[in-house]
Write a protein that binds this ligand. Sequence first.
Ligand code: DGL
Length: 263
Amino acid sequence: MDKRPIGVLDSGLGGLTVLKKVVDKLPNENTIFIGDQKNMPYGDKSRQEIIDLTRKSVDFLLSKNVKVIIFGCNTATAWAMEEIQKEIPVQIIGVIHSGALAASKTTAENKVVVLATQATVKSEAYTKQLHKRNSQIEVKELSEPRLAPLVEQNPSEEIKKQVVKESLAPLTDIDYDTLILGCTHYPLLKKEIEEVVGENKKIVDPADQVAQYTYNVLKRDELLNNEENAKHEYYTTGDAEKFKEIARVWMDDPTLDADHIED
Ligand code: DGL
């Protein structure tokens, strides 16, 4: 039994899609969320920049005495997880292993598309992880610079639809049966994405498997919290009011509060 919170980080709102699944799976767990909105997008940054920014969020979460840290960010998982894990005693859980595992089980035709940020695609982390599980899987990685910032801007439904349609146009020339949402911001556009790709494609959100894996880790290490009335704290390096608007809806919590912190 361990009452310390689970830490979750991302460059912005995307990490909430992971947090939500974790909270649904582990309702007794206290959580601390940090979104580095001031510095988003991470997807167009260099390896060193991604490591330096992610390290700051990790240090913040460690100062809050977290028992495990979830990188609710594919870009940080791809470029910073291995490096930072060497520096800290707390276990880091990334999203890419989980996404690849889920997709390898989902694809019937062994044809997978990964939709992700430029940095994640450049790392080829998904291709490597998918091939570790099944070398027969044909993987196409498609980088998408507009979608994560679109989620942060939260424009009208019409604009969202238009940008998603334009961004996913290259998919029409690709033969695949499974699409990995390889950026944690994308589940916030799942409806719009589904409309474009159609019902016959399977969409994998790595967060489902991340939640299961987090449960497995906490159980294995006897870190589960059995007490009820979990507390959830939210921090952003951006505008706390704007953050709350979206977070309250997504987390289904009208009383959700968030604090601004300096990055
Ligand atoms: N949500 C992040 C990811 O999963 C990154 C978005 C960004 O900052 O570019 O990759």
